[in-house]
Design a protein around this ligand. Structure first.
Ligand code: R5P
Length: 279
């Protein structure tokens, strides 16, 4: 079931499909049904973002014209968060441009594990919240891998990995990552706990380089069983194969992006946040 349908069912709300017509030249035309609620919630995961972003803005305009007074966007995956500063002369801060664009159309944005680094909270850049998956991933570990240690591939993953390990009651380590290119990273791991099973946790897997390198480093140290758990399954075409070739026993993901690896459902977390927002 789609994320939107799961949410509607948990909120006991109706669910309407936004029709998107693609013209031969690549432009999109959206059409919404008459608005039954003055506060509709637009649900769209924004991976592969460029046309999807325009389409949700068109939908926002159509919904306001159809009578919506308030608009919430639920984007389980929120793109353009990684470019949060000018890394090299001549670049934009895409995160801020994108945040201003969403804030001009939506009263509130809810997302899951936005890749926030130098920006501490989503509300620093737009009205909204980024929800945590710490409890859900820890619950999966308690249920399926309580004999493991948790591995964060890089220092950015450190705080989440610490929190997940604490909730799951297992040890953890955090590696050091150096990015050498879009599809190449180097990872160094510290001393490992005395356990033969590792669960690698990261927020995003794109080329798969990070999880593949971390898996390879764990294999080299003799770890026999390695599961890779990622929140946002962006996975480029050969990413899963790459991670499995490196020696991962299993790759699984949360369902912020529909993907065959989805194993952890997050609609309950979003529904609870939306219910809190109503109260
Ligand atoms: C970046 O620091 C993120 O947390 C991920 O580690 C990164 O986006 C993964 O990308 P890739 O799969 O291309 O290594």
């Amino acid at each position: 079931m789609s994320f939107g349908k799961q949410l509607a069912s948990r909120l006991s709300a109706s669910c309407a499909h936004v029709a998107v017509h693609k013209f031969p030249d690549g432009e999109s035309l959206v059409r919404v049904l008459p608005v039954l609620d003055s506060h509709p919630i637009v649900v769209r995961s924004l991976h592969d973002p460029n046309s999807k972003v325009l389409e949700i803005l068109f939908a926002a305009d159509a919904l306001r014209r159809a009578g919506a007074k308030r608009l919430t966007l639920v984007a389980p995956y929120l793109p353009y968060m990684r470019q949060d500063t000018v890394f090299r002369h001549g670049e934009p801060v895409s995160q801020h441009v994108f945040a201003r664009l969403l804030a001009s159309w939506f009263d509130r944005v809810l997302t899951i594990e936005a890749h926030l680094h130098r920006t501490h909270r989503l509300s620093d850049i737009m009205p909204g919240r980024s929800l945590s998956t710490v409890k859900e991933i820890a619950a999966w570990i308690r249920r399926h891998a309580d004999d493991c240690f948790v591995v964060g591939p890089d220092s950015e993953s450190g705080p989440r990995v610490r929190a997940i390990a604490k909730h799951a009651g297992v040890p953890y380590i955090v590696g050091q990552k150096k990015r050498l290119g879009d599809r190449r990273v180097r990872i160094a791991l510290p001393a490992l706990p005395q356990r033969g099973r590792a669960v690698l946790v990261d927020d995003i897997a794109s080329s798969g380089a990070t999880l593949a390198e971390a898996t390879h480093a764990l294999r080299k140290r003799g770890i026999g069983r390695i599961e890779a758990v990622v929140v946002h399954a962006l996975f480029a075409a050969d990413a899963i194969k790459r991670i499995e070739r490196a020696g991962a026993t299993r790759v699984l993901s949360c369902d912020t992006i529909a993907h065959p690896t989805n194993a952890i459902s997050l609609a309950p977390v979003v529904a609870a946040a939306l219910n809190r927002g109503r109260g």
